[in-house]
Design a protein around this ligand. Structure first.
Ligand code: SF4
Ligand code: SF4
Length: 419
């Protein structure tokens, strides 16, 4: 048997070291993505965007639309961290965590086999698995908007509604087409992140590369090319199509072992093989500082964000009137929201210069993240007829500690006394 033939046999055996670690990473990522909507924190999904209520639920906290600055700070942090990771570790995201790669691995049976006698049952089964994966992943995406319990109840009752059912179906079809046909072609042609590689990489970025200094060790068995999901030849140098999946590393390693040659003819290298760059270089330090600054900004925004949100409007259906004891009675619709991760008791009071105002109710208990509309009735005495300047104050307490205090100007109408 020739060297290349023996090497081909070694390279054809799948299941290398990186492949095992990547599968573990894929399983962890799938567990997180599928599990987050089911995990409950403070009575809500761990992560969910409630579109009708305009609120983002994230790990026990509820962010209203007017708190978009928190999302902005989190986005800045994620962007800076992503750039830093890319500069240091190259396309580790693409090969180890990107859903396109993870789902591509789960549905790899749809890919035509490169062998003399392809197994006829493999592709139909692959498409069936792809359809099931697409439906499940599409439902999982919808669960980040509609809680899974509610989704499944409505599905069982045949009452998903056109918006939810339409979104589910559209996402499932897009995923099926993507996983069935587009697959890694998307990474090589359309992915904007791949196009940014040239800008984000430097001489010390971790890459999968072929050590051209050892070209004499390559027996041209083609194993590294056959396993490449994007169909490139790593021996041609670093290419935009490479998603750093390390399949070629796993394919070449047994070939080198079988031929008793040094490992890592194809492997992970920090920069060009033979010319490793410095780990601590100006770009990495600058991006590290930017990431730390964004993390500090997010921490500051979270620590200083208001616990309580209050807005009040006069109830138009309730005409201000005089009570039998002569006090002026007004009614308000007060929206209270607890942004915190623990329950609070909100004490309500209204002040108007020169008068005394009693309110009912004067205290409301709000659960963590709860938003409630409360009808508040105010009865005022000692004020002249007309519109008085009044202020609604709401004080949130946890036990004896005051955690927030908000005030809101409100109109207080004092009708004339009946003759
Ligand atoms: S060249 Fe290697 S690391 Fe890059 S995509 Fe192909 S198999 Fe994966
Ligand atoms: S680099 Fe590719 S072709 Fe060369 S020995 Fe390794 S697997 Fe075979």
């Amino acid at each position: 048997m020739t060297i290349a033939r023996r090497a081909q046999g070694a390279g054809a055996r799948r299941g290398g070291t990186f492949r095992r670690w990547r599968r573990l990473a894929f399983a962890a990522q799938a567990l997180v993505a599928l599990g987050l909507p089911f995990a409950r924190v403070g009575g809500e999904s761990a992560l969910r965007l409630d579109v009708p209520a305009g609120r983002l639920h994230a790990f026990g906290a509820a962010f209203a639309i007017d708190e978009a600055f928190v999302v902005l700070a989190a986005t800045l942090l994620a962007t800076a961290a992503f750039l830093l990771v890319t500069l240091l570790l190259g396309r580790v995201w693409c090969g180890w965590a990107c859903p396109q790669t993870v789902l591509g691995e789960l549905t790899r049976w749809v890919v035509p086999e490169r062998r003399a006698k392809p197994r006829r049952w493999r592709r139909p089964l692959g498409f069936a698995a792809t359809a099931a994966v697409s439906a499940l992943v599409a439902a999982d995406l919808v669960w980040y908007f509609v809680p899974p319990g509610e989704f499944l109840r409505r599905l069982a009752a045949g009452a998903l509604g056109p918006v939810v059912a339409g979104a589910w179906a559209a996402l499932a079809v897009i995923l099926f087409l993507d996983l069935g046909w587009l697959r890694a072609t998307f990474c090589a042609t359309a992915c904007p992140y791949a196009k940014l590689q040239g800008v984000l990489f430097d001489r010390a970025t971790l890459v999968v590369a072929y050590d051209a200094r050892r070209a004499a060790d390559c027996v041209d068995c083609g194993a590294c090319v056959r396993v490449c999901p994007t169909g490139i030849d790593i021996r041609d140098g670093l290419q935009m199509e490479c998603i750093a999946c390390a399949e070629c590393v796993d394919a070449c390693a047994p070939v080198m072992a079988k031929l008793r040659r040094a490992p890592d003819l194809v492997g992970y290298f920090r920069g060009e093989p033979g010319r490793p760059g410095k780990l601590l270089r100006p770009g990495a330090v600058a991006l590290g500082a930017a990431t730390a600054a964004c993390a500090a900004l997010l921490g500051w925004v979270l620590v200083t964000r208001a616990v309580l949100d209050v807005s009040a409007v006069r109830e138009l259906a309730f005409a201000p009137r005089r009570a039998p004891d002569g006090r002026a009675v007004n009614a308000y619709s007060v929206a209270l929201e607890n942004h915190g991760r623990a329950p609070v008791t909100v004490s309500l009071a209204i002040s108007a210069p020169g008068g005394t105002v009693a309110v009912r109710p004067d205290a409301v208990l709000l659960a963590a993240g709860e938003r409630r509309q409360v009808r508040v009735v105010a009865s005022a005495g000692g004020l002249p007829p007309g519109e008085a300047t009044a202020v609604l104050s709401a004080e949130a307490r946890r036990g004896a500690a005051v955690v927030d205090r908000r005030t809101e100007p409100i109109p207080l109408l004092v009708p004339r006394e009946s003759p």
